[in-house]
Design a protein around this ligand. Structure first.
Ligand code: SF4
Ligand SMILES: [Zn+2]
Length: 92
């Protein structure tokens, strides 16, 4: 998440460090992750609960839409790990 938000911010907001909006979103995501009720966490996109507030979820979607396609280029290992996590989570 941190890598994707950083990539999004660098490309969309043209800042060297995270802008306040992206820093706030990342802090929110980290709190949600800390409080995630799953022992074996699914990828949030496949989560049956979706603990994010509606507007935060929309923000994350926008980040994923913008930065997602670039993740494989800039962070291939993280991207492949994310794919494996998504594939290995049991379908409910
Ligand atoms: S969306 Fe689901 S998987 Fe993601 S942090 Fe919230 S409860 Fe956990
Ligand atoms: Zn930003």
């Amino acid at each position: 998440m941190a890598a994707m938000v950083a990539l999004h911010c660098r490309r969309a907001h043209r800042t060297a460090a995270l802008c306040p909006t992206c820093a706030d979103l990342l802090a929110y995501a980290n709190v949600r992750l800390d409080r995630c009720p799953f022992a074996v966490k699914p990828t949030c996109a496949k989560c049956p609960i979706h603990c994010y507030l509606v507007d935060r979820r929309a923000q994350v979607r926008a980040v994923m839409r913008q930065a997602g396609p670039w993740m494989l280029w800039y962070h291939p290992w993280l991207t492949m790990r994310h794919w494996v996590d998504a594939w290995s989570w049991p379908v409910r």
